[in-house]
Design a protein around this ligand. Structure first.
Ligand code: SF4
Length: 331
C-alpha cells in the first residue's frame, strides 16, 4: 500500500478512525527503515486520543498450573511437562501484594487463575479475596478466571470487579493451531458477557505463535471490532516443555511493527505491554514501546516469568514526563 504512513496520519491521527485490516497489514509489512516513523506516528496517536498518562497495573496468581486446557504457549497447562509449581492461596499475602502494587501508583490489581473457568471453590476464594482487598486497599480489582457462566459474570460484577481479562490470544483463523480444547467463539462469548454485565473488557493476545502477518493484521482488526477497554500485547516467550517451546520469539523489529500496527488499529484503547517484552525487545524495549503507542505497564513479575523491577519502569515514566494514571480518574 502506497504511503500507508501518510494515510494513517490523516485517518487515525487527525480523524480518529482506526486502521482496517488491510491497512494494519501494510504497517506490519513496512521495511525496517520505516519502523521508527511508524512508532513516532503511533506515539502521536496515543498522545492525541489517550493523553500522556500511563496506566500501571499489578497481577497476581491465585491458582497456578494444572490447567486442563492445552493452549500451546502456556506453561500452566497440566498437559505439558513444565517447571511451574502450584501455590496455595494465602489471603493476607494477597492483601500485602495489593498494598505493594498500590504503593507503586498502580490503579489495577488483577487476580489471575489458571483454569478453563472458575468452579464453586474458586469463586468462593475470589469472593473472599476481593472483600479482603477492598476492605484495606484503594485499588481497582480486575480478574482473569477464564470462561464464565452468566451467573458467574453477574456475581463478579456484583462484587465490584472493575475489569475482566480474557484474551482471544490470536486471530480467529489461527486459534485452532494454538488451542484445541476450547474455541475462539467460546472466549468471545465470555467477552460479550463481561461487557453486558458492565465490567470493563480487557482482551489481548500473543504475537509470534506461528501466525502469518496477514493473521496478525486479522487479529488487530478483530480486536478493533470488539473495542476492548484494554489490550494486553504479549510477545511469545517460548516456555520449555510446551508445544511452542521451540518457536523463536519475534524479532525486535517485528515486535515494534506490531506495537505500531495495534495502536493505529486501536487509537483509543489502553494498550498494555505485557509478557515477553524483555525477551523480544531487550532493556530498551520499554522506552521504545511507551514512545511508540503503549500506554500501560505491568509492574513487577508476570505470572510465571520474571519481569523488570518496578522502579526502572517508574523512573522511565518520570524521565519521559508521562504521569501515572490516577485512581480517582478511573473509579
Ligand atoms: S486456559 Fe489459560 S491457564 Fe489454561 S492452558 Fe490456556 S492460557 Fe494456560
Amino acid at each position: 500500500m502506497n504511503d500507508i504512513l501518510g494515510v494513517a496520519r490523516q485517518q487515525v491521527l487527525e480523524e480518529g478512525v482506526p486502521l482496517d485490516e488491510e491497512q494494519a497489514l501494510a504497517i506490519l509489512e513496512l521495511p525496517d527503515d520505516q519502523v521508527g516513523h511508524a512508532l513516532a506516528l503511533a506515539h502521536d496517536v496515543r498522545m492525541r486520543w489517550c493523553g500522556p498518562a500511563v496506566e500501571v497495573e499489578g497481577i497476581v496468581s491465585i491458582k497456578t498450573g494444572g490447567c486442563p486446557e492445552d493452549c500451546h504457549f502456556c506453561s500452566q497447562s497440566g498437559r505439558f511437562h513444565t517447571p511451574v509449581r502450584a501455590v496455595k492461596l494465602d489471603i493476607p499475602a494477597l492483601v500485602r501484594a495489593a498494598h505493594q502494587t498500590a504503593a507503586t501508583g498502580a490503579t489495577e490489581f488483577c487476580l489471575v487463575a489458571a483454569v478453563r473457568g472458575p468452579d464453586e471453590r474458586l469463586m468462593a476464594q475470589v469472593r473472599d479475596a476481593v472483600a479482603a482487598i477492598q476492605a484495606e486497599v484503594e485499588i481497582n480489582i480486575a480478574c482473569s478466571l477464564g470462561i464464565l457462566s452468566r451467573e458467574q459474570g453477574e456475581e463478579l460484577a456484583g462484587l465490584g470487579v472493575h475489569r475482566y481479562n480474557h484474551n482471544l490470544e490470536t486471530a480467529r483463523s489461527h486459534f485452532p493451531e494454538v488451542v484445541t480444547t476450547h474455541t475462539w467463539e467460546e472466549r468471545f462469548e465470555t467477552l460479550e458477557l463481561v461487557r453486558e454485565m458492565g465490567m470493563e473488557v480487557c482482551c489481548g493476545g500473543i504475537i509470534g505463535m506461528g501466525e502469518s502477518l496477514e493473521q496478525r493484521a486479522e487479529f488487530a482488526a478483530q480486536l478493533a471490532e470488539l473495542e476492548p477497554d484494554e489490550v494486553p500485547l504479549n510477545f511469545l516467550d517460548p516456555r520449555p516443555g510446551t508445544p511452542f517451546g521451540e518457536l523463536e520469539s519475534p524479532t525486535a523489529k517485528d515486535a515494534l511493527r506490531a506495537i505500531a500496527a495495534f495502536r493505529l488499529a486501536l487509537p483509543r484503547t489502553v494498550l498494555r505491554f505485557a509478557g515477553g517484552r524483555e525477551l523480544a525487545l531487550g532493556d530498551l524495549g520499554t522506552r521504545q514501546g511507551v514512545l511508540g503507542g503503549i500506554n500501560a505497564l505491568i509492574v513487577g513479575n508476570y505470572l510465571t516469568t520474571l519481569g523488570r523491577s518496578p522502579d526502572e519502569d517508574l523512573d522511565l515514566l518520570t524521565e519521559l514526563k508521562m504521569p501515572v494514571k490516577e485512581l480517582s480518574s478511573t473509579l
